[in-house]
Design a protein around this ligand. Structure first.
Ligand code: TRP
Ligand code: SF4
Length: 330
């Protein structure tokens, strides 16, 4: 008996190579979901244009780098459908139809819209930026997934997606079941300067960092600022290095580090050495797999073309249903 697995869908904008924060906040979870769900993961390259069309030329390279990270981390085209948004143009058609039934005020209320305008100091935000979450709703509803794994920052977009599904049903009949957000438990991932890890802060540890880059990044990483000398006791609870220990180091050696820190029994370099022992191996495995794919970028584009073909089959079936429901089928 074949039991249909529940579907999961998520996407990422192709902003380039991924760092540890992206991995622990999303990708690692995507990989695990492959065990139990029928997973669709896609490259949101149209979404990448909403704030940065001036750098559109970097999208192809960023897509390849990001896919190398996906595959290196363990996403597999045999188990999941890996595809590219723009290779499934049905997303644009569905977005257009949604745009006919969704009030502008709903989109103006989405918090990420206001945040983007403030952050980027946009004088005249584009139509596409306003429509960003509506395109996202089309991305999602097209595949009728049960779950959408995202971080909390995306919750307003999932809520809007559910409202779009409801409004569409009221207008044209029940085509889209309401998906649910599957919140990813995100551990605190500090960057090398102790602030939240972010590409724009220049404090990131990348999945592509080889040991000769990774090791000095850890060795110079910010620690408990009150621990100035080797003889000063420290406090792991306020130390960003220790936040990484919590993610990577098993209990016994981690507790030994904590005790050594509080009693000034060990120095920060010793402590970082223990972290590196537990960090280098898992990250090395990802990096080596990613490296193999980077050497064969054609294989990456082949995976995406094939995946997009499969995604498109699903999208075309949905759109046939949608056109019939709306009254556009002849
Ligand atoms: N907005 C998402 C982000 O910035 C990316 C995205 C686009 C997405 N379409 C999606 C995520 C559909 C989940 C489902 O992270
Ligand atoms: Fe941080 Fe470890 Fe130094 Fe303590 S010993 S301050 S936990 S790096």
């Amino acid at each position: 008996m074949t039991e249909r697995r529940q579907r999961v869908l998520s996407g990422m904008r192709p902003t380039g190579k991924l760092h540890l924060g992206n991995y622990l906040g999303a990708l690692d979870n995507w990989v695990k979901l492959q065990e139990d769900y029928d997973c669709f993961y896609f490259v949101a390259n149209w979404h990448a244009l909403t704030t940065d069309y001036a750098h559109a030329g970097e999208i192809p390279e960023n897509t390849v780098e990001m896919l190398a990270d996906w595959l290196g981390a363990g996403l597999s085209p045999e188990r999941s459908t890996l595809f590219v948004q723009s290779l499934v143009p049905e997303h644009a058609e569905l977005h257009l139809l949604f745009s006919m039934i969704i009030p502008v005020s709903w989109l103006e209320r989405v918090p990420t819209y206001k945040e983007m305008i403030e952050q980027l100091e946009l004088q005249s935000p584009s139509y596409g930026l306003l429509g960003y979450p509506l395109l996202q709703a089309a991305d999602i509803l097209m595949y009728k997934p049960r779950y959408v794994p995202v971080g909390v920052d995306q919750l307003p977009h999932i809520e809007l997606t559910r409202e779009v599904a409801r409004r569409f049903s009221n207008a044209f009949g029940p085509v889209f079941p309401e998906p649910e957000a599957k919140l990813t438990e995100i551990p605190k991932v500090p960057g090398t300067d102790g602030r939240k890890m972010s590409k724009s802060y220049g404090n990131a540890i990348y999945l592509s960092d080889p040991p000769e880059i990774l090791t000095p990044k850890i060795k110079t990483m910010m620690t408990d600022p009150a621990r100035k000398r080797r003889s000063d006791p420290g406090n792991p609870d306020v130390c960003p290095v220790f936040d990484l220990h919590k993610i990577f180091t098993p209990d016994a050696p981690r507790q030994a580090c904590a005790t050594g820190c509080r009693t000034a029994g060990i120095g920060c370099l010793d402590c970082k050495g223990v972290l590196l022992e537990h960090l280098l191996t898992p990250l090395g495995a990802i990096r080596e797999r990613r490296q193999k794919f980077m050497e064969k970028p054609k294989e990456i584009t082949e995976i995406l073309r094939e995946g997009s073909k499969n995604a498109r089959r699903v999208a075309q079936a949905t759109m046939a249903e949608v056109r019939r429901a709306v009254g556009l089928a002849l």
